[in-house]
Design a protein around this ligand. Structure first.
Ligand code: URA
Length: 245
């Protein structure tokens, strides 16, 4: 790949800025000062140094975000704030996208990445990667609802869902409200809300807690995000690890 792209991809600066740095002699490749931004570098072999600091090439980026309500799961939008808009300038890359969708009013675990193959595997209905949610519900959820969810439901429009694991966390008969956890193995449009609706109740608050074997970091405030470690990226595709809080 071209040296200027290599440096821009690694967040050293915009393509224009890094061309300027190269001209100024701030970049060496394998110990030699390079003055041409067109130089081709092998990202896994050549040693690129910018201003005395080695630059290690990273192809894929993975961020865990605690999505706040009021923000849409898209890269750009003319009217609405997007999850990508929440990234600091230093972390922004044009190829980052949200992996899957959360509704505008849904909070919680949003994965942002530029790894299209991983995104495909996490979202493929065939792979059945678990997603776990916490929800507040208007209405009292019952053991019959747990059984119905476990069998799979017909939701509005006649769609059939896969079996889902519903746990009733709390119910309040007086207020006619409930708190639930729900583990899904697929990601139909508005699925949690539509499943709850199918048993005659309504979701009033929704948060995603987990994707695969990776739980949302409880230290992340709404709107905050952090990179994933390699081990955490591996956990995304792992099996069940129900959250404990
Ligand atoms: N199910 C929903 O209804 N909404 C979401 O944002 C995610 C799952």
């Amino acid at each position: 790949m071209r040296l200027d792209k290599f440096l821009a991809d690694m967040g050293i600066g915009s393509r224009k800025e890094v061309k300027g740095y190269i001209k100024k002699g701030l970049v060496t490749v394998n110990g030699q000062v390079v003055k041409s931004d067109k130089l081709q570098v092998a990202e896994d072999q050549d040693q690129v140094v910018f201003d005395g600091e080695p630059v290690i090439y990273q192809k894929y980026f993975y961020y865990m975000m605690n999505k706040p309500g009021g923000v849409i799961s898209a890269t750009v939008d003319n009217y609405e704030e997007t999850v990508v808009d929440l990234l600091a300038d230093t972390d922004f890359r044009e190829d980052l996208f949200p992996v899957g969708r959360l509704d505008k009013d849904t909070e919680g675990f949003m994965l942002l990445s530029n790894d299209g193959a991983l995104a495909h595997r996490l979202l493929s209905p065939k792979k059945h990667v678990e997603k776990e949610y916490f929800a507040k519900v208007a209405g009292v959820m019952t053991e019959e609802d747990v059984a119905a969810f476990a069998k799979g439901l017909t939701i509005d429009g006649g769609e059939e869902t896969l079996p889902a694991e519903l746990t009733i966390v709390a119910t309040d008969e007086k207020a006619q409200t409930s708190e639930i956890r729900l583990i899904l193995h697929e990601g139909k449009f508005h699925q949690v809300k539509r499943m709850v609706q199918a048993v005659g109740k309504e979701v009033t608050y929704l948060k995603r807690l987990r994707i695969g074997g990776l739980v949302l970091d409880s230290g992340l405030e709404l709107g905050d995000y952090r990179p994933l470690t390699e081990a955490e990226v591996g956990l995304l595709e792992e099996g069940k690890k129900a959250t404990s809080n």
